[in-house]
Design a protein around this ligand. Sequence first.
Ligand SMILES: Cc1ncc(COP(=O)(O)O)c(C=O)c1O
Length: 458
Amino acid sequence: MIEHPPEPFRIKMVEPIQLIDQSAREHVLAEAGYNTFSIKAENVFIDLMTDSGTGAMSQSQWSAMLMGDESYAGARSYYRMAEAISGIFGFKYFVPTHQGRAAENILSALLVKDGNFVPSNMHFDTTEANILARGGHPTNLVIDEAFEPTNRNPFKGNLDPNKLRAFIEAKGPENIPVGMLTITNNAGGGQPVSMDNIRQVSEIYHNHQIPFFIDACRYAENSYFIKLRDPKFADKSVLEIAQEIFAYADGATMSAKKDAIVNIGGFLAFNDENLYKNACNELILREGFPTYGGLAGRDLDALATGLWEGLDEDYLAYRLGQTAFLAEGLLEAGIPIVEPPGGHAVYIDASRLLPHIPQNQFPGQTLAVELFRQGGIRSVEIGSVMFAHPDPTSGETVHPELELVRLAIPRRVYTESHLNYVIKTLNKIAAQREYLHGYRITYAPKLLRHFTARFEPL
Ligand SMILES: Cc1ncc(COP(=O)(O)O)c(C=O)c1O
């Protein structure tokens, strides 16, 4: 059981939010084509769409921004970021990028060739899309327990080492230019990966001369889970745990919009000098000079400060406690969720909540729409809208194992009473669940369709 300690901060600036009335919410939904991504933020009461770039920066981060050095080349801000990256991650080289997917794009451009395979526990959607865009095959090899929503394995984000060995043997290491691991596993419920698994995966990749890159978005939350759940690490600091994690890897991509608690920013880090030089060329072409990436000097300073703050153990205890609070409230109300809850979000199991809505009618989308209709709450579907795809040989639709709705908690933004309101709203929805119906897609683009698809009620 995770404790829920009070916020280790007090609030100095507030941003008003308002709940528009039910008929206005109906109108907003119809205008948005029943896609929560198309709703104007001003019409949202509680925004749990993502924890990415939505956190509240601290007074130290805001004051660091005023120290931002906007020199085109060699800014002091860059060196402060370099200090944080070498102190925490230990990699020799890095380039700043404007966010995580820009780092993924550069990595894919440098390493992935047509027909290559890139294994991971589970790739996030942008990583998957960047590998696909280079003609590669992103492959998810997470342990089977990840797909059992009530299985309380403490490290449900682990990559299955047996699946990985068999995969490398079947595809040939020469066709695998990079192996990855996402910590925590966002697409699979925000579940952590254990240190033993990270070490083992690193050994397997390295035994086959495959470079090992970590998607490090939520490295601090993952490190704190290791401290809480693996007795071998109970007396280690979160910083020491993070340092050990990255010592097993050859590089990392990171969207700093998560555990570095900034509104924009990211980086790609590595130990290989050649890769670094090639990354600089890619960066100059698309993002900017290697000492600023696509960012302003002030962004680099906020990011450097946030990387250290994200490791604060009082903050992490509060952060994971807040997620656990929401999860426990929903379980008490009989709402099925992925258990145990992950670090940054609670994932509602829409298939179990709405068993009468089949996968091809998008039960997760139904629930996401209902959360807005009933309570002005914005969430995101992580199910068939996001991941269903045609089978390459039969052309038949392949649905994901789980139909989830993610309630992602922005960092240091909402209080316990906001979360109580979310729990109450879900109670209301659950009481009327049999009257809810599915949706049909009326428009979808080819790639990453969940962002812009439109729907109509069935
Ligand atoms: C695990 C993971 N990887 C990569 C990304 C992409 O980061 P960004 O949105 O900064 O491009 C995300 C964003 O949510 C993520 O959760």
